[in-house]
Ligand binder design. Structure first.
Ligand SMILES: [Zn+2]
Ligand SMILES: [Zn+2]
Length: 137
């Protein structure tokens, strides 16, 4: 078991290796999320340090919410996240809208290619005929 100091309250707790905060603080996390969300909705354009100060939620936590896509900065010029693909400033998630739609298109066309592809490869044919044979037995 891994013992860690809670990032929020500093208490030692048993970590599952992923969480950086103790169970008690994790409970408060939900409330913090609501606080941050409300503040950003009420103050579009607020900067990260400002939101952190006003809500008493660490900047790290706010960034975490943003990365998770749970939170979106509305109408702010201070883009604090970068698209993981092209590096453009984004307000939520991991990719900018362009990259996200491109990735989605890429995925879809990839799938349709697979769907349209007839089982012409030898291994597939073999599997197919093997199945038929088994059924006829
Ligand atoms: Zn704690
Ligand atoms: Zn991008």
């Amino acid at each position: 078991m891994d013992f860690k100091n809670c990032k929020e309250c500093g208490k030692v707790f048993r970590s599952n290796g992923i969480s950086k905060i103790c169970p008690k603080c994790e409970l408060e996390d939900g409330e913090n999320y609501e606080k941050v969300k409300e503040y950003i909705y009420d103050h579009p354009g607020a900067t990260l340090p400002e939101v952190s100060e006003k809500t008493d939620v660490s900047e790290e936590r706010i960034l975490y919410y943003l990365r998770e896509g749970r939170l979106e900065i509305i109408g702010t010029s201070s883009m604090i996240l970068d698209c993981e693909r092209c590096g453009r400033g984004i307000t939520t998630g991991r990719y900018c809208k362009e990259c996200a739609s491109e990735l989605e298109r890429g995925l879809k066309s990839g799938f349709s290619q697979i769907e349209n592809k007839k089982p012409t490869s030898r291994s597939k044919n073999r599997m197919y005929t093997a199945e038929i044979k088994n059924k006829n037995k």
